[in-house]
Design a protein around this ligand. Structure first.
Ligand code: ADP
Length: 265
């Protein structure tokens, strides 16, 4: 049977002659939590945009429940797929609640406005991401981390079957890193949501993801369970830095520690 999400030999380049995503194949099942790691410029964000249908592959194909993304409308895709982008610029003084309610848009017909049920879903999501206290505040007044959590609430409000996360913890304090990641884990475990997360934070990815895809210059360098991907030989080669891999004493997941390039005293 086909996987829930399948990318088959997908390539994409912003300019001719240079693939930024180069022949990437990936399949994700419902309830699976997959991490995409790799150095800056490896193609992580571009791959997420392809998986959301925001960019169209120039080679290869992406299928959601067996249907080619290219044959689906934006609205059809948005009824199943939510993306938490890395950077969002807000030009208008929407309140946080209004931003979160945008997550209901794919389910509203034509000019129909949100109903009570939509507001309830939105407020519920805000409670989960710890942002209910910002409901009536303008989004532009919030800190980067607070905005990030409002965007998490917007993605939850979309009630997606596939959640795409681009550096979801980049601006978050330690406590909110754990909270957001736990929230996503519960969604995948209990509600069977498929999750694909791009992250710089190798330790968090190793801790939460079932499987990791390591990209280098647009290609899959290696993929597998975190303990298969997170090893010194592979990471030293890809990131070109020295590091040590051991195990997280609490969970047993692989854990990296960076080594300085300077001679130590
Ligand atoms: P990552 O998320 O792994 O840092 P990206 O997917 O953001 O990688 O970028 C991969 C490559 O594509 C980079 O070299 C980047 O400069 C280039 N790139 C990204 N977005 C654009 C764009 N809109 N136009 C042209 N080049 C881009």
């Amino acid at each position: 049977m086909a996987s829930f999400l399948e990318a088959i030999k997908v390539s994409y380049g912003y300019r001719a002659q240079r693939w930024v995503v180069d022949g990437v194949s990936l399949s994700v099942e419902e309830g699976e939590f997959v991490g995409i790691i790799g150095p800056n410029g490896a193609g992580k964000t571009t791959l997420l945009k392809l998986l959301d249908g925001l960019l169209e592959p120039q080679q290869g194909e992406i299928r959601l429940k067996g249907r080619a993304l290219g044959e689906m409308s934006r609205r059809e895709i948005a009824q199943q797929v939510a993306i938490l982008p890395q950077e969002v610029t807000f030009y208008f003084n929407f309140t946080s609640l209004e931003i979160v309610l945008q997550g209901r848009a794919p389910f509203l017909g034509g000019l129909r406005l949100e109903g009570e049920r939509d507001v309830e879903i939105a407020r519920n999501s805000m409670a989960k991401s710890g942002t209910l206290q910002f409901a009536d505040l303008s989004i532009t007044e919030l800190s980067e981390g607070e905005k990030q959590r409002v965007l998490v609430a917007r993605a939850l409000t979309q009630q997606p079957r596939l959640l795409l996360l681009d550096e979801p913890t980049a601006n978050l304090d330690l406590n909110y890193q754990v909270e957001v990641m736990d929230l996503v884990r519960v969604l995948s475990q209990q509600e069977g949501v498929a999750v694909v997360m791009a992250s710089h934070d190798i330790n968090l990815a190793a801790e939460y993801c079932h499987r990791l895809l390591l990209l280098k210059e647009g290609r899959v360098f290696c993929q597998g369970r975190p303990e298969e991907v997170i090893n010194e030989r592979v990471l030293t080669q890809v990131y070109e830095c020295h590091l040590l891999v051991d195990r997280n004493p609490l969970s047993g997941s692989p854990r990296i520690t960076l080594r300085s390039r300077l001679n130590r005293k």
